[in-house]
Design a protein. Structure first.
Length: 207
């Protein structure tokens, strides 16, 4: 139990490091939580600062999750690694020093899960890209990711396993974080990826 607690605390603190917030302050002298969609994640960085900084943000978030869980898995066992997986993403979503208002966990989740199941994660990434291209909404692909990750973990370890519990909690949190997006999609008010790209191109032309 002590091992799980230490893993949870350390992984949460590492996960709470927010590149979107740091880049927003250093590059744009702004609080990313008060701009665009008010979300401290790579997608909002793309809207407010451009795709170059968004790519850097996403890369750091992926590496943050990947290496944190990878190290936990080497030092402990698979159950403890799943605890690390849950808490590194929770740290990203609910960073204590930002009033528990962080990102939605997509990039960090993908990186962290990659340390647990590399091939399924790559297949899931391809699936998410396809969903995003077809629908134009990153939120739909993220919700799909949450569900598929949970179902795969249940398939491998069983419904009553600790990995399934950890992934179930995380999937529920990710879905809850997207309630606003779901409501906007129902009302037809959600802005698609393609619309965002067109606006950015038009903005550059006007500048």
């Amino acid at each position: 139990m002590t091992e799980y607690i230490i893993t949870a605390v350390v992984c949460y603190l590492i996960g709470s490091i927010s590149p979107s917030y740091i880049i927003g302050k250093k590059v744009g002298n702004l609080d990313i939580r008060k701009e665009g969609s008010n979300n401290a994640g790579a997608s909002n960085v793309a809207v407010t600062l451009g795709w170059k900084w968004a790519a850097l943000t996403a890369f750091i978030d992926v590496i943050k999750g990947l290496f944190t869980v990878f190290i936990v898995r080497i030092l402990t066992d698979i159950n403890c690694a799943y605890v690390g997986y849950l808490f590194v993403v929770l740290g990203h979503i609910f960073p204590f020093y930002m009033g528990f208002k962080g990102g939605k966990g997509l990039a960090t989740s993908m990186g962290a899960y990659g340390a647990l199941a590399a091939v399924p994660t790559l297949l899931l990434l391809a699936f998410m890209i396809a969903v995003t291209v077809i629908t134009g909404y990153i939120s739909i692909s993220t919700l799909s990711m949450a569900v598929v990750m949970f179902l795969y973990t249940v398939h491998v370890y069983g419904l009553q396993s600790l990995p399934a519990l950890m992934n179930g909690i995380l999937s529920a949190v990710v879905i809850a974080k997207h309630f606003v997006n779901i409501k906007r999609m129902i009302k037809g008010e959600e802005i698609s990826l393609w619309t965002t790209i067109k606006k950015n191109k038009q903005k550059k032309i006007e500048e």
